[in-house]
Design a protein around this ligand. Structure first.
Ligand SMILES: [Zn+2]
Length: 89
């Protein structure tokens, strides 16, 4: 079992976390004017990167969303940050 660092609670078991998707996959503004292809891309296209990734996670115990920098190959976590913190602190 891996420990994930919640920026609010500290290290916790990975079973307490829920994956929220890639960081930076922002919802298109102005839903009435957004072409169908842009909505489809927002909802379904994923980078599925190999290596370093920025992801959004939720710690279900405290209910906070945060950004985690994680390597998708060896699952090492290099940092976790409250949303709104600088992208490269
Ligand atoms: Zn937490």
């Amino acid at each position: 079992m891996q420990l994930f660092p919640c920026p609010f609670c500290g290290p916790r078991s990975e079973s307490e976390f829920l994956f929220g998707g890639d960081a930076g996959n922002d919802r298109p503004e102005g839903f009435r004017e957004v072409p169908d292809a842009a909505w489809a891309s927002y909802l379904h296209d994923r980078n599925n990167r190999r290596g370093a990734a920025n992801e959004i996670w939720m710690h279900m115990t405290c209910g906070e969303l945060f950004r985690m920098e994680r390597d998708t190959v060896h699952h090492g976590v290099s940092g976790s940050f409250a949303l709104g913190d600088a992208v490269n602190p």
